[in-house]
Design a protein around this ligand. Structure first.
Ligand code: PMP
Length: 403
């Protein structure tokens, strides 16, 4: 006798993240004794700096083990306030700042607190895989807008204008981007801001989680620095995961207009009651303590970026856009499609390519269609220089064996 599934229609419309799926395949192959170079990882491979860990230990010893204020401790919201002022030039009162369980939950809270059924959210593609599913699960409609390698994977004002409808509620931006490393310049942002100014119903959500991993030598520019009037409908999102190697601590923060932050705080008060008190104490130290670790991490990522780009650019069939930030390179592999592997299989799409690289070279990368960009793959350089060099050499050699 069959019974109806317990699983809701809402959840059936979304899926497990492809990096989780990739991890399972890699674990399987390693179990079978295969040596795999894993270039799928979405987190820094560094340890959390010692001064941050010490702050967490001190917080535990001092008894900071009770429920924190749901919206975030005053100390952490003050630290976030100072950082946003320095990074973005906006001064938010702490009532307009919320701390959540990772930047991911800030995004989820924002969508949950604002979307009515059928509201549209514009997401430039390639995008971080979680954006569309987070929109869907909150009743919205993701509207992916394609960008091309020729445009360095950046949304143009024309494409934005064409995607806006009366149902558009949000534009989501992520600069530098996961998965492309695309970084919007002041000039890029001026063009987009002009469009947004013509459409006052559209709010702007900026996921700035990689903002401090910028390899250009210039600070990352934020849209509200270019067009301060947009601040009245902008949600700024950041966190400690990527810049301070603190992915497991699960701390992110958001700053924006009072009504929005209040609604997000209500949702959070009825779900998690706020982020872990000990992690919040650690994040205070991260944001307000010595910042040399961030510069050091960014410098190492830049070296690795150079190593990966130099090698991948020489592979016939791959088109590589140099990433200006984050820790991913996103080659277009359309030039490999239609080629035949040594065992006679024709590569038909990006999944065939990534499976081939895994089998033939023992190199794991993630197929790009999951990021809204078929015919691409994402290679993470959050790995040792040695693994990056060996991995890229393996990719080159495997591609050379295609006919
Ligand atoms: N935004 C982007 C673009 C990301 O790549 C990630 C992590 N993969 C997050 C947000 C999530 O960050 P957090 O760990 O703070 O939830």
């Amino acid at each position: 006798m069959s019974t109806a599934s317990i699983v809701s229609d809402r959840i059936r419309r979304i899926k497990l993240s492809p990096s989780v799926a990739a991890r399972a395949i890699i674990a399987d192959l390693r179990e079978q004794g295969r040596e795999i170079i894993d270039l799928t990882i979405g987190e820094p491979d560094f340890s959390t700096p010692a001064h941050i860990i010490d702050a967490a230990k001190r917080a535990m010893d001092a008894g900071q083990t009770k429920y924190p204020t749901s919206q975030g401790t005053t100390a952490l919201r003050r630290a976030a306030q100072a950082r946003i002022k320095e990074d973005v030039g906006q001064d938010y009162p702490i009532a307009q700042i919320i701390v959540s369980t990772g930047a991911k939950q800030v995004i989820f809270n924002a969508l949950g607190a604002t979307l009515n059924d059928g509201d549209e959210v514009i997401i430039p593609a390639p995008f971080w895989v979680s954006y569309p599913d987070m929109v869907v699960v909150n009743g919205g409609v993701p509207v992916a807008v394609a960008t091309t390698p020729e445009q360095q994977y950046k949304l143009t004002p024309e494409a934005l204008e064409a995607a806006i409808t009366p149902r558009t509620k949000w534009l989501m931006m992520n600069s530098p981007s996961n998965p492309t490393g695309a970084l919007y310049t002041r000039e890029d942002l001026e063009g987009l801001a002009e469009v947004l100014k013509r459409h006052p119903q559209v709010w702007l959500m900026t996921d700035d989680i990689y903002a401090r991993l910028n390899f250009t030598g210039e600070p990352t520019v934020h849209p509200v620095q270019v067009a301060p009037e947009l601040a009245a409908r902008t949600l700024i999102i950041n966190g400690v995961s990527k810049a301070y190697a603190m992915t497991g601590w699960r701390i992110g923060y958001g700053a924006g207009p009072a009504d929005l932050i209040k609604a997000m705080a209500v949702l959070q008060s009825q779900s998690t009651s706020g982020a872990c008190s000990i992690s919040q104490a650690a994040a205070v130290e991260a944001l307000s303590g010595p910042q040399d670790c961030v510069r050091e991490f960014a410098g190492i990522f830049r070296q690795r970026r150079d190593a990966a780009v130099e090698r991948l650019s020489q592979v016939p069939g791959l088109k590589v856009v140099v990433p200006d930030g984050a820790f991913y390179v996103f080659p277009d592999c359309n030039g490999l499609l239609g080629k035949t592997t040594p065992d006679g299989k024709v590569l038909e799409n990006d999944t065939d390519v990534t499976h081939y690289l895994l089998r033939e070279a023992g190199v794991a990368v993630i197929d790009g269609h999951a990021y809204g960009a078929p015919g691409t793959f994402r290679l993470s350089f959050a790995a040792s220089l040695d693994d990056i060099e060996k991995g890229c050499e393996g990719i080159r050699a495997a591609c050379a064996r295609l006919s």
